[in-house]
Design a protein around this ligand. Structure first.
Ligand code: FE2
Ligand code: FE2
Length: 148
């Protein structure tokens, strides 16, 4: 997709910064869940590991979708994830993942609303779609955590 700084759809610097913050967080959780998938242990870990893998892949797709949107709006996607936490017990892993999903939900509500106010319905819709998936991840992790 071409970078269109002079395109018909414009975004504020603040919105572009928030999109990059979202990308940094998606890169973080993509790696985080992937390494948790690698480092799981025990019987309970066996039940969790396939979820970690599939959610990690979903996060990578989010990073790409947001980066495509940011680039279209004239921004350059960051390559730097926010700090990655793997954890050395299954409980520590999933507790952190619940928190990261909560943070994503809060941030994406903010971004969707910001985009709506700027008349950028495409970004608004993108973040509402991703938000729905993050709520699904949050539901999965909180349910898993109950039994750890
Ligand atoms: Fe995500
Ligand atoms: Fe997520």
């Amino acid at each position: 997709m071409a970078n269109k700084k002079t395109g018909v759809t414009k975004a504020s610097e603040e919105l572009l910064e928030q999109l990059n913050q979202a990308i940094a967080r998606e890169l973080q959780v993509a790696v985080q869940y992937m390494w948790q998938h690698v480092q799981w242990s025990g019987v309970k870990g066996f039940a969790v590991q396939s979820e970690l893998k599939s959610i990690g892949i979903a996060e990578m797709k989010h990073a790409e979708a947001i980066a495509e949107r940011l680039f279209y709006l004239g921004g350059i996607p960051t390559t730097k994830p926010t700090p990655i936490f793997v954890g050395n017990s299954l409980k520590a892993m999933i507790a952190q993942d619940v928190k990261d999903e909560e943070d994503a939900i809060t941030l994406y509500k903010t971004i969707a609303e910001m985009a709506r106010k700027e008349g950028d319905e495409t970004t608004n819709r993108l973040f509402r779609e991703i938000l729905q998936q993050e709520e699904g991840h949050h539901d999965t992790f909180t349910t898993l955590l109950e039994d750890l």
